[in-house]
Design a protein around this ligand. Structure first.
Ligand SMILES: [Zn+2]
Length: 93
């Protein structure tokens, strides 16, 4: 993401906040947020080719907390749960 972007106005920031988007919480399109449900650690990681294209956040146990279930959950930029094909999950969240 370019650093030459102009700063957001308070209104734009409010809109972003309402959409759940935080400018300081962004990743490049080639990256996703990896979030560990156990310890809550977040880090930017390169998008895996198996990740759905609309995935923005991937919930997955980090190596430290790895559990046996090893459930991977995907969420889009709006925080909606999506399946591995990028379809919005029926269960929602
Ligand atoms: Zn962890």
């Amino acid at each position: 993401m370019s650093k030459s972007q102009r700063p957001l106005s308070p209104i734009e920031r409010a809109i972003d906040a309402a959409c759940g988007y935080k400018p300081t919480d962004d990743v490049a399109p080639s990256q996703v947020w990896l979030e560990c449900p156990q310890c809550g650690r977040k880090q930017r990681v390169a998008r895996d080719e198996t990740d759905p294209p609309s995935a923005y956040r991937v919930r997955f146990s980090c190596p430290k907390c790895r559990d046996e279930a090893r459930i991977v959950e995907y969420f889009d930029a709006q925080g909606r749960k999506i399946d591995c094909d990028g379809n919005i999950s029926e269960e929602g969240r």
